[in-house]
Design a binder for this molecule. Structure first.
Ligand SMILES: [Zn+2]
Length: 452
């Protein structure tokens, strides 16, 4: 600020002192501008000429559905099995931006689907646009639930016995608008249709930025729950009260539990229970190749404002997970389709087979919890399990409603102020950076292998 003022004064002095030096000064400035213009163009052209175009893998449509075809296939599948499956599309709108979300509910024989006697599982796929494989897994799981496809080495009778005790809600494509951008050629886009990362838009530790924060990847939005997609998911979690939540991603192979915003796992019984569940899935169906632990402690970066941290800490879902189902660490950082999705049919099928087996194993382990509840088992673990249901329905729901919402409102106020401050700073430096951005266009920022 001070410097700018000094320079301006100097310029004025200079201007008024002599008209001849004034015109030579203008000529000098014009020359400098002209030179810098040519220099910038030289850099851009040269940058383009020198950059060897790195190969970018396009979407393989022999393996992958388009978003429209995938949702259509799910809809017809549901309509063929009205005894087990139902479907709804939910909408939300905010400042001219609308999101829609398909939700499929599995509830065998359509008995007690809205009641709370069954064990409830909520699964979300496709929260990040570029992770197409996750939505293909959603379709596979729904096909197996409908009995149109089968899990190898599984006795259907015993599986159905398991499934009778569950209600499973599947969101096959949480980020429909972001996915559309990917299909239009933005293969590295993970954010929603207006540039917000839906896995940074939740209220737990919202908006905190690490040193390596990259807005292209992790823009948390203007406030917690600023995005319609996040609002819809929050509503769903509050009305459904799941016992298990899984946020399904790709970019690596991992089974994560809370927390994402710090590098520790929670203390106590449910933490142990989550860890033991993940170890079983990893060993039985994933050849022990997955990383297990807290997202923040294992993924290599801390993530603030994630869905899984909210589900565990605020919605009080007893078992909250993030599964990372595939990643190609050898892919170039600009080759996003390849980095996040299998590109050959063998790997594609292996990912879907292994992970659907892991999900159904998780369903089975979930149903065992219901057995414990209903048989009145007195093992201490079940006592504790029952106590979490009291916990859910009683004191903590109360606490969530009273203090949780108050805290969100407070956070929101602070966030608004921060946002306006940032906007002010941004606009004041924008002009300064216009020239630089012209040059840097030739060297677009490299997309990091961020998956969570
Ligand atoms: Zn992701």
């Amino acid at each position: 600020m001070g410097c700018r003022r000094r320079c301006q004064n100097h310029f004025l002095d200079f201007n008024f002192n002599s008209s001849s030096s004034s015109s030579s000064y203008i000529r000098l400035v014009a020359l400098l501008l002209l030179l810098s213009f040519f220099f910038a163009n030289f850099l851009v052209v040269n940058g383009k000429a020198n950059a060897t175009p790195s190969p970018v893998t396009p979407i393989n449509h022999d393996l992958y559905h388009t978003s429209g075809a995938l949702l259509e296939e799910i809809e017809t599948l549901v309509h063929r099995h009205p005894d087990k499956l139902s479907i709804e599309t939910i909408f939300s709108k905010n400042k001219g931006y609308q999101a829609e979300m398909t939700v499929v509910t599995y509830c065998s024989k359509r008995t007690d689907c809205d009641g709370k006697s069954k064990f409830r599982i909520l699964l979300s796929f496709g929260q990040h646009g570029r992770e197409l494989i996750t939505s293909e897994l959603a379709l596979r799981i729904l096909s197996i639930l409908s009995e149109e496809e089968f899990l190898p080495n599984t006795d259907r009778g015993s599986l159905n016995n398991t499934l009778d005790r569950l209600v499973i809600k599947v969101v096959p494509m949480e980020n429909f608008n972001g996915r559309k951008l990917v299909e239009a050629g933005e293969f590295c886009e993970r954010r929603n249709g207006r540039g917000v990362d839906l896995n940074r838009n939740w209220s737990v530790d919202w908006g905190k930025k690490e040193k390596d924060y990259d807005p292209y990847e992790e823009n948390p939005g203007t406030a917690p729950f600023s995005e319609p997609e996040t609002q819809l998911m929050r509503k769903l979690s509050i009305s459904f009260e799941p016992h298990i939540w899984v946020n399904v991603h790709s970019g690596m192979e991992a089974l994560f539990m809370p927390y994402d915003h710090k590098n520790t796992t929670p203390d106590g019984f449910f933490s142990q229970r989550m860890k033991s569940m993940l170890e079983k899935l990893n060993h039985l169906h994933l050849e022990d190749r997955c990383l297990i632990g807290s997202g923040g402690g294992s993924v290599g970066y801390l993530a603030h404002g994630t869905a899984t941290d909210y589900m565990y800490d605020v919605a009080r879902v007893p078992m909250a997970f993030t599964f990372e189902i595939y990643g190609d660490g050898t892919a170039s950082s600009k080759d996003c389709f390849r980095m996040f999705n299998p590109i050959d049919i063998t790997t594609f099928n292996k990912v879907l087979n292994d992970w659907s087996a892991a999900f159904f194993a998780m369903f089975k382990l979930g149903a065992l919890q219901v057995d414990g509840l209903h048989s009145g088992a007195v093992a201490s673990s079940f006592d504790k399990w029952i106590s979490i249901d009291d916990y859910l329905n009683g004191y903590l729901m109360e606490r969530r409603n009273r203090y949780g919402k108050k805290m969100e409102v407070l956070e929101l106020g602070m966030q608004e102020i921060r946002t306006y401050f940032r906007l002010f700073m941004l606009s004041s430096v924008l002009l300064m950076f216009m020239f630089c951005s012209r040059i840097s266009k030739s060297a677009r920022p490299i997309v990091s292998a961020m998956s969570l």
